[in-house]
Design a protein around this ligand. Structure first.
Ligand SMILES: NC(=O)CC[C@H](N)C(=O)O
Length: 316
């Protein structure tokens, strides 16, 4: 049986997702995200040769939110190397993305860089020695460079909305500051954090930006070496185990790829050696991960035989 055609599979997924009545709930705790129309869906698959196979609303900008944590981790590892792991763990938390419960017992060291506490600690490391504006500029430029597209921007309305309502993140940051895990002024760290969460990208740009993770640290389309192959492998491992918070086991079980979600409804998933995939649908499931995004990725890996845990006969 020949491998299924990727363009056909992507078109089928987009058509099926457009028709589904179950769309999840948009995040309302950031008021600006609560206004997004849930009837949107995009899928973009960036291949080794630089081509991107798209379905649905692939050119629509959305708030990448916690998907930005993959890129801040990449940047911070480049700046601090393995010293980063003195301040952040790399174990799944088994709790919600904004949970504070483990921080007290573990003396302010967050479980991993993909929960809010961990990402705030990573942002603090990027900020050290810089003004907030410079640190934020560096994160934004990294994403523009990786996507090879200057259209990637910060949605100031989303950032301001979270700045007004981010009491939980303020609690996390202050708690870590109390343990000496945060070096810089808490409000500066949070300012950079809220703004990098508010980066807006299209699914096409996000898939292209994640390409280095699928190809041993190097973007095959642009030829740019971003990180070492070993580091890319390790970021993928953390995405697999921690990228969907306490829904990470379910995501591995159903989709079978390293992935990182955000409350804007985006997910970046990595098919090692083959492709980088971005999906977006704003409605979330009970864990705060994109409801249709996860279903779409499950369809993609099942039909293409792309799960890292093994392909059914006739695919791959
Ligand atoms: N899971 C997410 O995408 C959370 C990111 C969001 N900016 C927050 O801090 O709450």
């Amino acid at each position: 049986m020949p491998s299924p055609d990727l363009s056909d599979v992507v078109a089928e997924i987009a058509a099926e997702m457009a028709a589904r009545p179950d769309r999840g709930q948009v995040a309302t705790y950031i008021p600006e995200l609560g206004r997004i129309d849930p009837n949107q869906f995009a899928i973009a698959v960036a291949l080794r040769d630089g081509s991107v196979v798209c379905g649905g609303d692939c050119g629509t900008y959305f708030s990448i939110q916690s998907v930005s944590k993959v890129f801040t981790l990449t940047l911070a590892l480049g700046l601090a190397g393995d010293r980063l792991w003195n301040r952040v763990g790399r174990e799944p938390s088994g709790s919600r993305f904004n949970s504070i419960v483990q921080l007290e017992q573990e003396r302010g060291i967050p479980r991993n860089p993909f929960i809010n506490a961990g990402a705030i600690a990573v942002t603090d490391m990027i900020l050290s020695g810089h003004q907030p504006r410079e640190a934020l500029g560096e994160i934004l430029r990294l994403l523009q460079f990786l996507a090879d597209d200057d259209g990637v921007h910060i949605d100031r309305a989303v950032a301001a909305s979270e700045e007004r309502t981010g009491f939980n993140n303020r609690a996390l940051a202050n708690f870590m500051k109390g343990f000496g895990v945060i070096e810089n002024t808490v409000e500066y760290v949070l300012g950079v954090y809220f703004h990098h969460c508010a980066i807006a990208m299209t699914a096409r740009q996000l898939a292209a930006a994640g390409s280095f993770l699928a190809h041993q640290g190097k973007n095959p389309a642009t030829g740019h070496s971003v990180i070492t192959a070993e580091r890319a492998r390790r970021i993928n491992a953390i995405m697999l185990t921690c990228g969907h918070y306490d829904g990470s086991g379910e995501f591995a079980y159903r989709v079978g790829l390293p992935g990182k979600s955000g409350v804007g409804g985006g997910i970046l998933a990595v098919v090692p050696g083959k492709a980088s995939v971005a999906v977006w649908s704003p409605g979330l499931d009970a864990w705060g991960n994109s409801h249709l995004g996860r279903i779409a990725l499950e369809m993609l890996t099942t039909r293409m035989g792309w799960s890292i845990f093994g392909a059914p006969a006739g695919t791959g």
